[in-house]
Design a protein around this ligand. Structure first.
Ligand SMILES: [Zn+2]
Length: 142
């Protein structure tokens, strides 16, 4: 199996994470350089209004509002203490196949939780709007 080319597993590799930090607003003189960000498991996921959003590829935790002196590893640990990647004692390359698959299983849980929550929020938003519409109609405003 060539895991370097597998899209789902790509971000396990530092070099691939580092590549996402093009246009990252912090450089050499900062603690949160692209190198340090990538080392701490982050990938750069900017949006139009927030150029400095970074997300952990593993626990999916998104952090923004970075300051030059922020230490990516410390920030990651303090905002997502349950992330297995940031507390990993070995390099990804040094894991056994079994350890790697165990890790990947934990990652799937984070992904499922995040997509599940997003779906729930979307549903709640939609039902809130629907409820408001029904009340409006019932009150004869339309
Ligand atoms: Zn994480």
């Amino acid at each position: 199996m060539d895991i370097h080319s597998d899209e789902d597993l790509k971000m396990y590799f530092y070099q691939n994470r580092l590549k996402t930090f093009e246009g990252w607003p912090f450089d050499e003189d900062c603690a949160c350089t692209p190198e340090n960000m990538a080392m701490a498991g982050f990938i750069h996921t900017p949006s139009e209004n927030s150029p400095d959003i970074a997300m952990c590829f593993f626990c999916m935790k998104e952090l923004e509002g970075w300051e030059p002196e922020d230490d990516p590893e410390k920030e990651h640990k303090s905002h997502s203490s349950s992330c297995h990647f940031i507390s990993l004692k070995k390099k990804i390359e040094d894991l056994t196949v079994e350890e790697f698959f165990k890790l990947q299983k934990e990652r799937r849980k984070f992904i499922i939780t995040k997509t599940g929550n997003e779906a729930i929020n979307k549903f709640e938003e939609a039902s809130k709007k629907r409820r408001a519409d029904i009340i409006k109609t019932a009150m004869g405003e339309e």
